[in-house]
Each structure stands twice: as C-alpha cells, then as structure tokens.
Design a protein around this ligand. Sequence first.
Ligand SMILES: NC(=O)C1=CN([C@@H]2O[C@H](COP(=O)(O)OP(=O)(O)OC[C@H]3O[C@@H](n4cnc5c(N)ncnc54)[C@H](O)[C@@H]3O)[C@@H](O)[C@H]2O)C=CC1
Ligand SMILES: O=CC(=O)O
Length: 319
Amino acid sequence: MSRVVVTGRIPEAALEKLRAEHEVDAWQGPESIGREELLRRVAGADGVVSLLTERIDAELLDAAGPQLKVVANVAVGYDNIDVPACTERGIVAANTPGVLTDATADIAMGLILMSTRRLGEGERLIRSGQAWKWGMFFLLGSSLQGKTLGVVGMGGIGQATARRAKAFGMEIVYQSRSEIDPQIAAELGARRVDLNELLTVSDVVSLHCPYGPATHHLIGAEQLAAMKSSAYLVNTARGPIVDEAALASALREGQIAGAGLDVYEHEPRVHPELIELENVVLLPHLGSATVETRTAMAMLAADNALAVLSGEGPPAPIN
Ligand SMILES: NC(=O)C1=CN([C@@H]2O[C@H](COP(=O)(O)OP(=O)(O)OC[C@H]3O[C@@H](n4cnc5c(N)ncnc54)[C@H](O)[C@@H]3O)[C@@H](O)[C@H]2O)C=CC1
Ligand SMILES: O=CC(=O)O
C-alpha cells in the first residue's frame, strides 16, 4: 500500500477509488492548503494528486522525497507543475485532457455571446433597479453571423469552440503550433494563419493555448492594437497569456470593443480597472465547473495515479 496526498477537495468517487488501494491523506479544508502544510504533508508520499492552485515545484518534490513516483494534476493545464523537475527525478506527471473539453468550450462560447451581445451589462442594469425600456438603440451589440473567430491554440478546446462558433455562422481562422487534422480543418472550414493575420482579420479572438514562457503576454499592447476596434478578446486559457494592464487600457480607450475573461493574470485577483469597465465580462475560472466534468477529471487523475503506483503507464502522461 502506498501513500497518496490529495492537495484539495475532490469528488468523493475519486477519493474512494484511491482509498480502495492506498492510504489517502486528502486536504479537506474549505480554503486552499497553505504552502507549509502542503510541504509537511507530502513528506514520504508516493503519489500526489494536485489541484491547479498548488505549485508543484522542485522544493515540493524534494520535500516529498525520492519515493515519490507520480504527480497527477486534476486539470488539463499544467503550468502549476515544474515538469522538467519531475522528469529529472523520475517522477511521472499526468493531467486530464479531453474530459473537460466540451465544458470549457461551452464557457468560451458563453463568453463570446455575453460580450458581443452585452448580456452582462443588461443583467447588471436590471439588478441595479435603474429604469429601462425597449428602445431601437438600447444596448445594441454585435452579430456573430458572417463574422470571423480567430482561435489561438487549436487543440481540443480550441477546436470544440470553433465547432460551436461555426454553428453560430462564424468563419474560422486559427494559429497553432501545429497544423490540425485536415479532415477537421475541412469540416470547420478553418484556415491556418499567423498570429498577426489572425489579430487583424478576426472579429472575436479566443485564446486556447497552454501557458508557459512561450505564451507569457502573447497578447500585449502591440497585439491589442493590431485587432479591429470592433473586435472582442476571449480568454479561457490562462490569465498571464494576456497583459492585463494593456487589456484594461485597450478596453478603456475603445481600442477593442470588449472582452470576456474566465482567467486572470494574478488569479484570483482581478485587475481593479477591469472591474470598473462595462465592456468586459468577468467569470471566476468556471471553464470545467460542472458536476459531471469535475467528477470525470478527478476520476482520470485517480486513474493516472493508480496506474503509476501499480507500475503501469498512466492514461494521460505529460512527461
Ligand atoms: N478556464 C478553464 O477552466 C480551463 C482552461 N484550460 C486551459 O486551456 C488550455 C488548452 O487546453 P486543451 O485544448 O485541452 O489543450 P490542447 O493541448 O489540446 O491544446 C492546446 C493547443 O495549443 C497549441 N499551442 C501550444 N503552444 C502554442 C503557442 N505558443 N501558440 C499557439 N498555440 C500553441 C498546441 O499545439 C495545441 O494545439 C489548457 O492548457 C488550460 O490552460 C483548460 C481547461 C479548463
Ligand atoms: O483550468 C483548468 C484546467 O483544467 O486546466
């Protein structure tokens, strides 16, 4: 029997699965586990099931000790894990691709609709108690039909978002590290372009690439200036892909029409200027937040950990 540390609350079904084979030490506090507590608990662990709010770095891996075999993230994004540090120590890192693709694409499409149709503004207006009535020019937004969606990072979630946008009548362009399956590109009518062209031609730019040194502030003042003044930026990927101060300034100056965000540069803090602006929709990192999706993510993370601890390859390895 091995010892598995779970760094935060996860669905019971996944805990039961882990407990059936191993001794499980799961943090159950209402708040995130503190760093000191986490470093103390991982000592002697053979497996760590981590949430994206916990930094899994060399210090933590060393605090765990040389018996640590697996870090299973309950997330597809793994910018919270120092993967080279895992690899150097012979530790398998794993994530949860696929099971959250549709849920996250739904939120991206939701943000596209909310921002282009000014749904947040309308909701806030009614709740404010201010008088309102139907008017020819009241809260006019922008139609999606015949407009262009630019997808940055055409992986699972990027493609699922493109599929939804196509159903709303949008044309698709994308920029990605690699070409996508030609059959999927044909189905979507998606054209691969470079980032500069994507920014110039898109009416909505939606970010779906992973976060890392190559994508830090991929969208900054220069890129925002390249976008149409009628365009919208949607980010369900990771906050620091966008220079948030530059975005606030572009939204304030009307350099772009609006934005929809699910993630933040210094999460959970939100740039104070963004909170003041009407033309940005702000969601609290809800991409995968459905009961079904979170359960599937936790079960896949458990499967990843269990496979490695029984000497097999995990279903979703990173390294
Ligand atoms: N808001 C939320 O709750 C959620 C956010 N995410 C974020 O979405 C990201 C994408 O997830 P998936 O689509 O499942 O991953 P994926 O690995 O299927 O897709 C990522 C795509 O980005 C491309 N890419 C990599 N580097 C790039 C670069 N420098 N420029 C442009 N494209 C690049 C890859 O080639 C790949 O096609 C995750 O890394 C995570 O950060 C994922 C799930 C939920
Ligand atoms: O942000 C969520 C993830 O799974 O990545």
